[in-house]
Design a protein around this ligand. Structure first.
Ligand code: B12
Length: 210
């Protein structure tokens, strides 16, 4: 029987084959993709992050753990995005300028797709103008921005300014997320919502379009 602890260890070690095999085994045993993400992948990255902050691991270790996570998410992605609903609305999503962290953003994007949203994923290190262009071209209802670094929170503020300049502020609903963000910060920059995880992102997106 495959276990979540084993999976978290494989991710932390950057054991790509182990990660893929354990995810497949957990799926075969009837575990849900969301559970596998939360109890295996997110737990592993949390441990690596804590080790990094106390100098017990370094960038290469963070990188291999991130790559192993991505390999795992590649298996889970098609299962999460399978949906029988008509698109509920379009969401433009991206990690803000200067920030290369995209695992959490990818999970949010996958869950939104799985819940019936049409998702335009701009990737990471996204410039404010790129968000604006995509929102205009796609006639999107929702903008979702992610950031993991305290130093890139300013890029969210810059993106909000770009929205104001383009006349999109108030016409597009904005949600933000990522560990350094808070409800107060969301209010301060004029975002409509700050979510702590992908579930909250989906629930809020549904409220935005209802
Ligand atoms: C993996 C990782 C990396 C990888 C990223 C690879 C990739 N493709 O993403 C690499 C090695 C490249 C990296 C680089 C760096 N990293 Co790094 N990294 C991490 C690590 C270990 C995991 C991040 C992660 O993926 N978590 C798992 C995902 C699932 O969680 P999440 O992103 O929080 O997303 C969830 C929620 O936040 C929410 N969410 C996210 N986005 C959104 C958006 C919306 C709209 C909503 C509603 C919700 C939402 O939902 C998600 C799913 O539930 C974290 C530690 C940690 N515990 O977070 C450090 C961490 C984020 N990194 C850190 C640092 C310092 C760096 C570097 C500056 C290191 C350096 N000296 O170079 C560089 C910066 C590079 C850059 N310019 O971005 C610090 C940040 C400190 C800070 N507060 O600023 C952390 C916290 C480590 C630490 N403890 O010190 N990193």
């Amino acid at each position: 029987m495959a276990g979540y602890e084993e999976l978290a260890t494989a991710v932390q070690r950057g054991d790509y084959t182990g990660t893929k095999n354990l995810i497949q085994a957990l799926l075969d045993e009837g575990n849900s993709p969301d559970e596998i993400i939360q109890k295996g992948i997110v737990v592993a990255l949390d441990v690596v992050g804590k080790q990094f902050s106390v100098g017990e691991c370094f960038i290469p270790e963070m990188l291999v753990a991130a790559k192993a996570s991505q390999k795992g998410l590649d298996i889970l992605n098609p299962l999460l995005v399978k949906t029988q609903f008509k698109p509920k609305g379009t969401v433009v999503i991206g990690t803000v300028r200067g920030d290369l962290h995209d695992i959490g953003k990818n999970i949010v994007a996958m869950m939104l797709k799985g819940s019936g949203f049409h998702v335009i994923d701009l990737g990471f290190d996204v410039a404010p103008e790129k968000f604006v262009n995509a929102l205009e071209t796609e006639k999107a209802l929702i903008l979702a921005m992610s950031c993991l670094l305290t130093t890139t929170m300013i890029s969210m503020e810059n993106a909000m300014d770009a929205l104001r300049k383009a006349g999109l502020y108030g016409r597009v609903k904005v949600m933000i997320g990522g560990p350094p963000t808070t409800d107060d910060f969301a209010k301060e920059i004029g975002a409509d919502f700050r979510g702590k995880d992908a579930y909250e992102a989906v629930e809020q997106a549904k409220r935005f379009v209802s």
